[in-house]
Write a protein that binds this ligand. Structure first.
Ligand code: ADP
Length: 295
């Protein structure tokens, strides 16, 4: 039986204007829903796209390590793996066997993200077999991504990092038109060929019709220091190309990350390296602090 307070709350006011937005009475005709009139993404603070001009430069690895660093700094973090042609975040966070649940709210289906190390994770990789990825093209990939963007039931995030596919194609334009990206972080290796692709990435985000702030460039695999020669730095992929370009075009340089065995091992074992290697964590924390400060 309803108590007095509940009965008052359910009473229809004498003069009902039928305009719930201006009425303070809680008469029951006003529907309370977590998702009422909002897209689940509106429960997300800042949305950051992690991008690269080409594949293999460490974009997904950087996304995973950056996410864990932000989480260790006390932020609520989610990762959306939109790298349709090579989803890997579910592996990097050790949840490749996760089968997403669907829940219904107001007749609308929502997908429940995985949670690993306090990070909420949704990946196109939960829905496709590894060999299928190559067959996903244009409209099919775009509509799957739209679904993940709009129907993932994020639990309230400070940051959502989106691991974008490499390059500057249709998927990027879809993402940009579907959601408001608060910024893009570009990952590159130092050598010139990668840097040429970075130029295209920066131009796309800076284009007046796109207008997404480029928060900065991260130079990954910047050098290698063998354990037995701790004072030596070997610039295997060239030296400082991304840093020089960032300075040239006036984009912040967020920092460089060396080639470290634990980073590669972390990607394979489902435990991003920043969680186990203090040296790697230091590089990432510096970068994460710059990103937070720029938003
Ligand atoms: P992308 O997402 O750009 O295609 P990945 O993040 O999948 O690239 O990285 C490609 C490979 O390089 C992976 O095996 C990853 O573990 C490794 N890797 C990335 N960054 C580093 C690094 N700084 N040190 C060592 N290995 C790295």
């Amino acid at each position: 039986m309803a108590n007095e307070k509940e009965m008052q709350a359910n009473e229809t006011p004498a003069e009902c204007t039928h305009n719930c937005s201006t009425c303070s009475a809680n008469c029951g005709s006003k529907k309370q829903s977590m998702f009422e009139a909002i897209n689940p993404l509106s429960m997300v603070g800042k949305v950051i796209g992690i991008v690269s001009g080409k594949g293999g430069v460490g974009k997904s690895t950087v996304t995973a390590n950056l996410a864990l660093t932000l989480s260790n700094m006390g932020y609520r973090v989610g990762v959306l793996d939109a790298d349709i042609y090579g989803p890997s975040q579910h592996k990097m966070f050790g949840v490749e066997d996760y089968l997403p649940d669907a829940v219904q709210e107001d007749g609308q289906d929502y997908i429940v993200p995985a949670v690993s190390m306090d990070i909420e994770l949704m990946s196109i990789g939960f829905f496709i077999q590894p060999n299928d990825a190559l067959m996903w093209r244009g409209a099919m990939a775009t509509s799957a991504l739209k679904q993940l963007l709009h129907q993932t039931m994020w639990g309230g995030l400070d940051f959502l990092l989106i691991d974008m596919p490499p390059g500057t194609g249709d998927i990027h334009l879809t993402m940009i038109s579907e959601i408001k990206l608060d910024g893009a972080v570009i990952v590159s290796t130092p050598q010139q060929i990668a840097v040429a692709d970075v130029v295209r990435g920066v131009e796309m985000f800076r284009h007046e019709q796109v207008n997404v702030p480029v928060l900065g460039i991260i130079e990954n695999m910047a050098w290698f220091t063998p354990k037995e020669l701790p004072d030596n730095k070997y610039y295997i992929f060239g030296k400082g190309g991304a840093r020089a370009y960032a300075e040239e075009v006036g984009v912040p340089f967020l920092g460089d990350i060396p080639i470290v065995q634990s980073i590669m091992e972390g990607s394979e074992s489902g435990q991003p390296s920043v969680g186990v290697d203090a040296e790697v964590e230091r590089y990432y924390r510096e970068i994460a602090q710059k990103i937070v400060a720029s938003l």
